[in-house]
Design a protein around this ligand. Structure first.
Ligand code: EZ4
Ligand code: CO
Length: 402
């Protein structure tokens, strides 16, 4: 029996911070897992280094489920993003190893392809409506079939989701940037620009929008109702999802589909949303919700309730997570859509072999395992720097959800 011989926690910052777990077996097989928790990176690095690595040495790398249960039940303290991201990194690295040992891509181990490729949505944005429309046009030119639209709310400093340069990176400052928020300005403006997108491009593209946890249930209900005729693919995170029963109220008022779950870490965190059919798409990921093993458990529960998948895929999820996501997405029966922002050229200097993007679809690599390799020399050129996500304050100066 091969054993786990070496466990390394790799921290690098090629354009943004990434934490990666590398497990090496006694047979010399390596597996990679993403452990990046944006703005709280070193907490997960320490959890892995100080509390998980010593438990893995000497274990059988083939026993993925048992290792998952050992780390989950063994922690005693349940769930939470730091624990679930650490467990995820181990789980994904072990799936990578299992694929390499079998000589098969991970999606083959998950039952094989259910579809030819994975539909993705990209992020279009603009400082004003004209800039947003130009950005949507540019993404359509590049072949994207599904596009998320966000525009800067007039009069507010720093709206979520609006790109400044070539790449959108919200965690860009050494201390949290303070942004402004006004619910009434947003509710007046967002339906207006989403209508402009439909007016210009028609209904031949999937249109998405991220509310980013900013509204109360009744405000979210009003928003969903006001954009109903625009037939959004979804409105994302209309309210902070830790209040799962809040979605009952939104549901009573609107047929606009709802997606949520990017900040949630376990099946328990989405159980009510799924079993009461309060959402249409579940956005949990392989990195923040316990790896491939646990994500499949969530997606299988969702399938029983005709809820489809729509995993988070922002650029703070490393190319290892993109590969893990595509392996799951291509295999599960209830796939919906996959978020895809891509990464900077610096990031691709460190992570090689990311899934191929063509005509708005992602295709998994046919390499055994997940197909990602980590370039240590390149990584060493990009040392860790502290970076925080922004915070949002209402116009009276009080804290709001960012
Ligand atoms: O703000 O990943 O849908 N995507 C998102 C992201 C999140 C970031 C936070 O780290 O909401 O842009
Ligand atoms: Co989001």
């Amino acid at each position: 029996m091969a054993t786990i011989d070496r466990v390394e926690v790799l921290v690098t910052s090629p354009g943004r911070n990434f934490v990666t777990l590398r497990i090496t077996t006694s047979d010399g097989v390596t597996g990679l897992g993403d452990a990046t928790l944006n703005g709280r990176e070193l907490a997960v690095a320490s959890y892995l280094e100080d509390h998980v690595a010593p438990l893995l040495i000497g274990r059988d790398p083939a026993r993925i489920e048992d290792t998952w249960q050992y780390l989950y039940k063994g922690a005693y303290w349940r769930r939470g993003p730091v624990t679930m991201t650490a467990i995820a990194a181990v789980d994904v690295a072990l799936w990578d190893i299992k694929g390499k040992v079998a000589g098969l891509p991970v999606y083959e181990l998950l039952g094989g392809r259910s579809r030819d490729g994975v539909l993705v949505y990209c992020h279009a944005s603009g400082e004003d409506v004209a800039a947003l429309l130009d950005d949507v046009a540019a993404y359509r030119e590049r072949g994207f079939k599904a596009i998320r639209a966000q525009a800067a709310v007039p009069g507010l400093s720093g709206t979520y989701g609006v790109r400044k340069g070539a790449y959108y990176e919200p965690a860009a400052t050494a201390l949290p940037e303070e942004q402004q928020w006004s619910t009434s300005s947003y509710l007046d403006f967002a339906p207006f620009y989403l209508a402009k997108v439909r007016e210009k491009f028609g209904f031949g593209l999937h249109l998405l929008h991220d509310v980013h946890h900013r509204l109360t249930p009744i405000e979210a209900a009003r928003f969903g109702k006001s954009v109903e005729e625009l037939r959004l693919f979804w409105m994302e995170d209309p309210t902070p999802a830790e209040n799962q029963e809040a979605f009952r109220l939104i549901r009573r008022h609107t047929t606009t589909p709802i997606a949520t779950g990017e900040v949630l870490s376990s099946v328990w965190d989405v159980k009510q949303l799924i079993t009461e059919q309060l959402i249409d798409y579940v956005r949990t990921t392989a990195v923040h919700a316990g790896g491939i093993t646990h994500l499949r458990r969530i997606f299988d529960l969702a399938a029983l309730y005709q809820i489809r998948t729509g995993s988070h895929g922002a650029s703070d999820l490393s190319p290892v997570t993109v590969a893990a996501a595509v392996a799951v997405d291509i295999a599960v029966p209830n796939f919906g859509i996959q978020e895809h922002m891509g990464h900077t050229p610096e990031t691709y200097e460190v992570f090689h072999g990311t899934p191929r993007l063509e005509n708005g679809m992602l295709y998994p690599s046919d390499a055994p395992g997940l197909g990602i390799t980590y370039d240590d020399e390149a990584a060493a050129r990009f040392p860790y720097e502290p970076r925080y996500l922004p915070v949002a304050r209402a116009l009276d100066g009080s804290m709001h959800d960012w």
